[in-house]
Ligand binder design. Structure first.
Ligand code: MG
Length: 342
């Protein structure tokens, strides 16, 4: 698992209230808000809650850590006047084999880069996002709206938090990006996609994204986390086409073998068996280790006693058109034997 993370105060803020976490399994960004360092405390509490996450069910554990963080931040905000009104966004995911469990509240974002295309996997909980959804604003108008940073959901804002959760199937070659609005408010998605698709080194990609946001004035804290999950390609079953071809090839081979056997067994020849002349069904020799002939009739004619040219022809096998013709050949050989060895 390759991953990289970077955070920057930006060009206009004096402190960094963003937080992030990346450990090769859990990845998160948080964007805190509230005066007197309260935002910093809120995002820190959210990240700490993720670090303590545990349990057999990763998706469940992730959601539980959001709820615990919400409770903690809400209680702290109520108890401490300086922390009143503090809250934080939290966008987090956990790798679980091929699956990625996602939990999210606020306007930080999770993107997936697949096949060169960037897709936002989280929905912004912001005023402008709601207005876009209702058709009151275009996405372009929302991007420059004066109230674009007003969020409608945050950890610590209320006693109970409504968390968006989902699980996505990852694919080999996927790259994921988590970012706070310090990046997404000033660098458009096309540029983000270009940078993270082009950079082989993830650290270089995170640096480049922060540079870009700062080049646009860096009005807010900027935090980015990029990771490349190690997803094994799915084990492939034998494609039906290959299976069909294999079956067809096997059928052809079987048919060929059967034809060869038929061809062989249709043949008749006169040859040698245990030193004596014999009539065979089939053809001399073998095919792939299989004998292609069988003795049909043995005779008393000793091959040794026949004239030399016949011996050689018999060793090779003297083809006959039929059993009658073979019998005739045998009769001729018997006569030769009698003549020669009288
Ligand atoms: Mg922010």
């Amino acid at each position: 698992m390759r991953y990289a993370a970077a955070t920057d105060t930006g060009g206009r803020r004096s402190i960094n209230e963003d937080g992030y976490f990346a450990d090769g399994s859990v990845f998160a960004v948080a964007d805190g808000m509230g005066g007197h360092l309260a935002g910093e405390v809120a995002s820190e509490l959210a990240i700490e809650s993720l670090k303590r996450m545990g349990g057999a069910n990763p998706a469940r554990a992730l959601l539980e850590s959001f709820r615990k963080a919400n409770k903690m931040i809400f209680e702290r905000a109520g108890a401490d006047e300086d922390r009143h009104g503090m809250g934080t966004t939290l966008t987090a995911c956990i790798v679980d084999g091929r699956r990625l469990h996602i939990a999210h509240a606020g306007d930080s974002r999770l993107y997936r880069l697949r096949g060169g295309k960037l897709k936002q996997l989280t929905k912004d909980h912001s005023l402008v996002a709601q207005m876009v959804e209702k058709g009151h604003l275009t996405p372009e108008e929302a991007a420059s709206h004066p109230q674009r940073s007003v969020i409608t959901r945050a950890l610590g804002a209320e006693q109970k938090i409504d968390v968006d959760t989902k699980t996505k199937e990852m694919a080999p070659g996927d790259r994921y990006l988590l970012a706070t609005d310090g990046l997404t408010a000033v660098v458009d998605e096309e540029e983000v996609a270009e940078v993270i698709a082009a950079e082989g080194e993830l650290e270089a990609a995170t640096k480049r994204l922060i540079e870009l946001a700062n080049a646009r004035g860096g009005p807010d804290n900027i935090t980015v986390v990029v990771f490349d999950p190690e997803v094994e390609p799915k084990r492939r079953t034998i494609p039906w086409r290959a299976a069909l071809l294999t079956t067809a090839a096997l059928a052809l081979l079987a048919a060929g073998g059967w034809l060869a056997w038929r061809y062989a067994t249709n043949g008749v020849y006169v040859g040698v068996h245990n030193g004596k002349v014999a009539v065979y069904r089939g053809v001399p020799g073998d095919f792939a280790g299989f004998k292609l002939q069988e003795v049909v009739r043995e005779t008393d004619i000793q091959v040794d006693r026949l004239p030399e040219p016949y011996k050689k022809r018999l060793e090779k096998g003297m083809p006959a058109e039929s059993f009658e013709k073979a019998d005739k050949t045998v009769a001729d050989l018997a006569q030769l034997d009698r003549v020669k060895n009288r």
